[in-house]
Design a protein around this ligand. Structure first.
Ligand code: BES
Ligand code: MN
Ligand code: ZN
Length: 497
């Protein structure tokens, strides 16, 4: 973990490898963001002009490096674009998070960095710290030799704000997002369902969460036909993990349910190679639930939260489930498995039904559920569906405040008939070709306990970033949904449901 401190120090004499300042675009001019004043003084008030001469425009994510020629103790100033003169309340701090993240990424390999970014308020401190720490992420577990740049070791956030809590909150969130990124990035040979469940046990032990793990035998005995069916083709048997955080003064209980397919080959309905190479990310929902519970345990909001991780490996083999097999989900509903690649909804069905036993006021499930999510919303925006419009809109609002892109989607009634099965209560895929993300949501809705409010997040795209890094988002696992889930728990603790 990066060493991060908050300090109100004289920047000119700071002994660091680089000082980061913010630049805003006031077309056609650029301006320096608050925080850069003392650096500007060292340049006799001419810093904006020098940066403009180097081509800086202030647009979001732009990084301009400038040698200090001894004007500061630090040898380099890094100016990072914040975009248009920002309106902090409008973007929830996202411009600042992204700028801090882009700056830290550009400084990988440095030992120490000072951030002279806007950080006058506690919100700004949280945003700058969160962006910097998330941007400073690197997954080096499988790198050998010294050819790969290490993340920055020490970050000093310059601020006069009394913002220790704000900083602590940022660190808690970042540690959880980092856990999720690491889990998603781990090669599936090293993250079998058993190992994933053991990791959850370690997290629970370290944070004081209670935990229960159902192994393959307990799953068969308990009647979890979805998880058993999906997992039966793999030599690595499935698991269902239940985590619980309790607050003595809680008035509500939230259940979080995550899809934990440690590798999705498609099963006998095998995926083509191009679609398979990122299916180690198919446990991103369960990882997000684990990460959220870890953060919630440390932030201690007044709400009870239970988390379910529905974990299996979806593989083809002689023991794998077949297209046309009928399975019985926990609680008794039968499903005809017409396509073994629509496995997420099967493991989720078991866990959603089971979560009803905790008498939740709200169930939020998170899953890398459909390729159709990417078709509908692209790679960066998650879809949220719900059995209650107000709940859906609250999830959208919570995500916005947490800095994650989530968009409301419908659950059209007419899609249900496409899931009619000739032999079972429901089929796992539809005869209807269009609206696959919504059809998956309609399928899951059938398993939501009667009378319980429920929201479903499809994070198929956002969980894993295949493109070049941007802002604080690296290549690979992103940690999508952790911040939103934590925000939902905090909102319910503060405002009820
Ligand atoms: N894990 C996939 C969905 C997915 C696709 C996640 C791309 C991330 C990126 C899921 O299990 C799946 O295979 N869904 C099928 C469902 C179909 C068979 C109805 C899909 O979307 O193609
Ligand atoms: Mn699949
Ligand atoms: Zn899947």
């Amino acid at each position: 973990m990066t060493n991060l401190r908050l300090a109100n120090l004289e920047i000119a004499s700071l002994d660091v490898d680089a000082v980061v300042i913010g630049v805003v675009s006031n077309e056609p001019d650029i301006g320096l963001a608050p925080g850069a004043e003392s650096v500007d003084r060292a340049f006799d008030g001419g810093l904006a002009g020098v940066l403009a001469g180097l081509g800086a425009t202030g647009k979001q994510g732009e990084v301009t490096r400038l040698p200090t020629f001894g004007k500061l103790s630090a040898p380099v100033v890094v100016a990072v674009g914040l975009g248009k003169e920002r309106d902090a309340s409008a973007d929830g701090g996202e411009a600042l998070r992204r700028a801090a993240g882009a700056a830290l990424r550009s400084l990988a390999g440095s030992a120490s960095v000072a951030l002279a970014l806007p950080a006058a308020t506690a919100e700004d401190v949280t945003a700058a710290a969160t962006g910097a720490l998330l941007g400073n992420y690197a997954y080096l577990t499988y790198r050998t030799g010294n050819g790969h740049k290490k993340p920055v070791g020490e970050v000093t956030l310059i601020s006069s704000a009394d913002a220790g809590d704000a900083l602590n909150r940022a660190e808690v969130i970042v540690e959880s997002v980092t856990l999720v990124r690491d889990l998603v990035n781990t090669p599936p040979s090293d993250l079998s369902p058993e190992i994933f469940a053991e990791t959850a046990e370690q997290v629970a032990g370290a944070t004081g969460l209670s935990i229960q793990v159902l192994d393959e035998k307990a799953l068969v005995d308990g009647g979890y036909g979805g998880i058993v069916g999906v997992g039966q083709g793999s030599v690595n048997p499935p698991r269902l993990v239940r985590l619980a955080y309790e607050h003595a003064e809680a008035a509500h209980t939230v259940a979080l349910v995550g899809k934990g397919i440690t590798f999705d080959s498609g099963g006998l309905s095998l995926k083509p190679a191009d679609s398979m190479d990122w299916m180690k990310s198919d446990m991103g929902g369960a990882a997000a639930v684990l990460g959220a519970l870890k953060a919630i345990a440390r932030l201690a909001p007044k709400v009870n939260v239970v988390g379910y991780l529905a974990i299996a490996e979806n593989m083809p083999s002689g023991t794998a489930q077949r297209p046309s097999d009928v399975i019985t989900i926990y609680g008794g509903k039968t499903v005809e498995v017409l396509n073994t690649d629509a496995e997420g909804r099967l493991v989720m069905a078991d866990a959603i039904v089971r979560s009803g036993e905790d008498d939740p006021d709200l169930i939020v499930d998170v899953a890398t559920l459909t390729g159709a999510q990417l078709v509908a919303l692209g790679t960066r925006t998650a879809g949220v569906m719900a059995n209650d419009d107000a709940v859906r809109d609250r999830v959208v609002a919570a995500a916005g405040r947490a800095g994650e892109a989530v968009w409301p989607m419908p659950l059209p009634e007419e899609l249900r008939k496409g899931l009619d099965s000739a032999v079972a209560d429901i089929a796992n895929v539809s005869a209807e070709r269009w609206g696959g993300m919504l059809t998956a949501g309609v399928f899951l809705r059938e398993f939501v306990p009667e009378g319980v409010r429920w929201a479903h997040l499809d994070i198929a795209g956002p969980a894993f970033h295949k493109g070049e890094p941007y802002g604080y988002t690296p290549k690979g696992g992103t940690g999508a949904a952790v911040r939103t889930l934590v925000q939902i728990a905090e909102d319910i603790a503060a405002q009820g449901l």
